[in-house]
Design a protein around this ligand. Structure first.
Ligand code: BMA
Length: 796
């Protein structure tokens, strides 16, 4: 039987004659930080102070003594699950090999060897610059040379990320001792045929020189099957009658089945492979129709509007992300009503912990191959690396029912067409051969059960512009970069795979990251932690379209930019969801952050939820009520993604900002399951001018579903001076409004960094009250609690 010996202990990190203790898995930066050699790059200007680390070479060393190295078994392999990135590995002075791909694992035969194990990392810059020198420079969205080395691209910095170029043994390492044969690879092809769960396990084995008959035996859901191994291959088929279907969250349960596969020789078990699978079907409907070319995920025959978020590596030092942290972050996504997470191409093929959590939580996963925002050379050594990493990761991730889509790259097909790459490349390779050649071929060969799309955005072919909203996936970035968020309403893309709006992180996060700094939008630390091109300018202009920009009042600026972020994303999602099934998904840029930073994230770098996070709960609920401008009038849309019909009377009230009801009507709406119903707002109820607005409430009002419409931007609304009362309740506070109170927010973290409020922005009409639950604080008095309450104020 194969035996594994973990090699997590006893490593040192060496640079020239200096040594310090090393963590494995880990990276150089975190070791230097733990040893007190560098300041925390997440704090203040720390990022700039540690830039030298990424330019140096570093060696990890450990003794492989007789006891761990020797074994009675025939063969011993040294297995690295991940090396970041360019390294020479030697044992007892003998070279074992060189590696250059963070996205692969490596195995070396070290039978009979012992002595000093050394992994000598060369700076990823050195490799990238050498490859660029040989293959020629290619265009990219950022200046750092990330497209010349197979390493997480955002290691080199991004428009939300620090430049911290890591090196290290970033995933576990171990010895495997085995005899006769071991399981080298298992490809589980899981399908559903008329209610029967079908599992086909294609097994590859590696043998020592001894040729003995081998068999594989598998069990799943109480079914057992066996097959002979012919040479190095065997295939076992199992049929599980009455298989329970795995569903995305909100559509059904997530039953998972344990699969066990044993490699047998003369009745003895040589090796065991265990995974969890789920039975579900997935298709991507890309048929053309009257509106263009669709992009609709169909799971178990159910057509879905995907309520998505984009995921970036949760830490710029990914070896720090524990299973618990993945789980917590993904639970946050699920808690916001998200049902799809797109793993963006400037990051990683994530660890098993990520996909395990998604399997359990019913989060669909869209996985980008790691290519983003650059022209990538297709020559060696990159070409071979790309194919090898794709083969390995497609097979590694196949067991997970949550994984429903492979995507070739982020924005590279678009960049080629639109960002002056085509003329600058002048015929050089740029990655098309990966996205339209190597990658779809690998997916089709190894895992034909899952759809593949060449890029995001991508219209399906070169006949249409890659970012054409009418065809396939669309990234909506003009709006954040140059326009007002109201412009989201100008089009109905088939699937919005990226769009978003920036805001600073929670106050307590800023306070931790920028100790001692007098905070201002342009204070030194704030600028160090704002990476977007003209980010503050865009924040400012975006804000000025809606609010009077507060001068010299950081706290108000902080609150209003967060409100504006939530409003912007709401404008997009409310409009796009109301156009289901033409539009079949929105994937917000972005769920999370990899350090404390002003960014598009809903959850900040310290894991705190911004107001946008709570707004997503409303926007992504099964039922959403929204008021939309259409053809010169207003329309009330009831969006129903649930399985039950939604019929009811909706109350429309035309209100004055002082609280007077100017007109009122009841309208009937009937939205069938997974359908949208719309009804025109009677003309006499349409509010006009700076003193009026419209409220639509769903009746019966059990869910408190409401839509609001203000005809002019906030800075023109003649809001009354807000008045409200605050009372402490056992689990939080209750606020009772005496006037209209717009977008009330309790920033609990201002009172206690540990405190979390259970809701974000709440608008109250005069006389209404809300109870905001708070956990994690030492209950303050009502006046102190009040100091952390913000709301929109009249323009003075
Ligand atoms: C898209 C993404 C990222 C980027 C984001 C915000 O281009 O794919 O590259 O971080 O926009 O600019």
């Amino acid at each position: 039987m194969l035996e594994a010996t973990a090699l997590g202990d006893g490593w040192i990190l060496r640079h020239e004659s200096d040594t310090l203790p090393a963590s494995v898995p880990g990276c150089v930066h975190t070791d230097l930080l733990a040893a007190g050699v560098i300041p925390d790059p997440f704090l203040g200007q720390g990022e700039s102070e540690v830039a030298w680390v990424g330019r140096r070479d570093w060696t990890y060393e450990r003794e492989l003594t007789g006891s761990s190295a020797s074994s009675a078994q025939e063969q011993t392999d040294l297995v690295f699950d991940g090396l970041d990135t360019v390294a020479e590995i030697s044992l007892d002075g003998r070279p074992l090999g060189t590696v250059r791909n963070m996205h692969r694992s490596y195995r070396f035969d070290v039978t009979g060897l012992s002595g000093l194990l050394s992994v000598r990392f060369v700076s990823a810059y050195a490799e990238a610059e050498a490859v660029r020198g040989r293959l020629g420079e290619r265009p990219a969205a950022y200046a750092e040379p990330y497209q010349y080395v197979r390493k997480m691209a955002c290691s080199f910095g991004w428009d939300w990320g620090p430049t911290l170029v890591t090196a290290g043994i970033w995933r576990p390492v171990r010895l495997e001792h085995w005899s006769t044969a071991r399981i080298a690879r298992v490809r589980p092809l899981v399908t559903v045929e008329e209610g029967v769960g079908v599992v086909e396990l294609a097994v590859d084995v590696e043998r020592t020189r001894v040729e003995v008959p081998l068999a594989v035996e598998a069990t799943v859901g109480g079914v057992r099957a066996r097959a002979e191994v012919d040479g190095a291959h065997g295939v076992v088929r199992l049929r599980v009658p009455d298989a329970e279907l795995w569903w995305p969250r909100g559509y059904g349960e997530q039953p998972l089945y344990d699969v066990e596969l044993r490699l047998l020789s003369k009745g003895a078990t040589l090796d065991v492979w265990r995974r969890r699978i789920g039975f579900r079907s997935v298709e991507l409907d890309r048929r053309s129709d009257a509106h263009g070319t669709g992009f609709t995920l169909v799971v178990n025959g159910e057509r879905l509007f995907a309520r998505g978020v984009n995921w970036i590596p949760d830490d710029v030092f990914p070896s720090r992300i524990t299973r618990e942290r993945y789980r917590e972050r993904l639970e946050q996504a699920a808690g916001a009503g998200v049902d799809l997470v797109r793993i963006w191409g400037g990051g990683l093929y994530e660890s098993e912990d990520f996909y395990d959590a998604c399997d359990e939580l019913g989060l669909l996963v869209w996985q980008d191959f790691p290519f983003a925002c650059a022209a990538y050379p297709e020559e060696q050594p990159l070409r071979g690396e790309v194919e090898a990493e794709a083969r390995e990761n497609v097979v590694r991730l196949m067991p997970h029912p949550s994984l429903v889509l492979w995507n070739g790259n982020n924005e590279n097909l678009w960049g080629f067409r639109d960002w002056e790459w085509e003329p600058r490349l002048a015929g050089d390779s740029w990655g098309e051969g990966y996205y339209l050649g190597v990658l779809p071929r690998v997916v089709a060969e190894l895992d034909p059960t899952r759809p593949y799309t060449a890029g995001s955005p991508w219209s399906g072919s070169w006949r249409h512009h890659p970012n054409d909203p009418a065809h396939g996936t669309h990234h909506s970035w003009e709006v954040w970069n140059r326009e007002d968020y109201a412009d989201y309403r100008l089009s109905v893309p088939r699937f919005v795979a990226e769009f978003g709006w920036q805001a600073p992180p929670a106050y307590a996060t800023l306070r931790r990251a920028l100790p001692g700094e007098t905070l201002a939008p342009d204070s030194p630390g704030m600028l160090q932690h704002q990476k977007a091109d003209d980010g503050n300018g865009k924040l400012e202009r975006g804000l000025a379209r809606h609010f009077a920009v507060p001068d010299g009042d950081f706290d108000r600026w902080h609150y209003l930019t967060q409100v504006n972020q939530a409003r912007a994303v709401a404008a997009g999602i409310e409009h796009w969801r109301s156009h289901w099934p033409v539009c079949a998904g929105t994937v917000v840029w972005q769920l999370n952050d990899c350090w404390p930073v002003t960014s598009w994230a809903a959850v900040d770098g310290d894991g705190r939820e911004k107001p946008l996070y709570h707004e997503l709960k409303r926007l992504y609920a099964d039922r959403l009520l929204t008021l939309q401008e259409e053809d010169g009038g207003l329309v009330l849309a009831a969006v129903n993604q649930g399985a039950e019909d939604w019929t009811g009377t909706m109350t429309l009230r035309r209100m004055s900002v002082e609280g007077e009801v100017l007109g009122q009507a009841a309208v009937e709406l009937a939205a069938g399951r997974r359908a949208v119903a719309r009804v025109g707002v009677p003309h006499e109820l349409t509010p006009a001018g700076p003193k009026e607005y419209l409220v639509a409430d769903a009746n019966p009002d059990a869910d408190g579903l409401r839509a609001l419409y203000f005809p002019v931007p906030d800075r023109e609304v003649l809001y009354p001076t807000p008045r409200f009362e605050v009372a402490l309740t056992p689990g939080g506070i209750t606020v009772t409004a005496r006037t209209l109170v717009r977008d009330l927010l309790l920033q609990a973290d201002r009172l206690d960094p540990e405190a979390r409020a259970d809701r974000g922005l709440v608008t109250l009409l005069p006389g209404e009250e809300v109870t905001i639950g708070v956990r994690g604080w030492k209950t303050p008095d009502a006046e102190t609690a009040r100091s952390a309450l913000y709301c929109v104020e009249p323009t003075r």
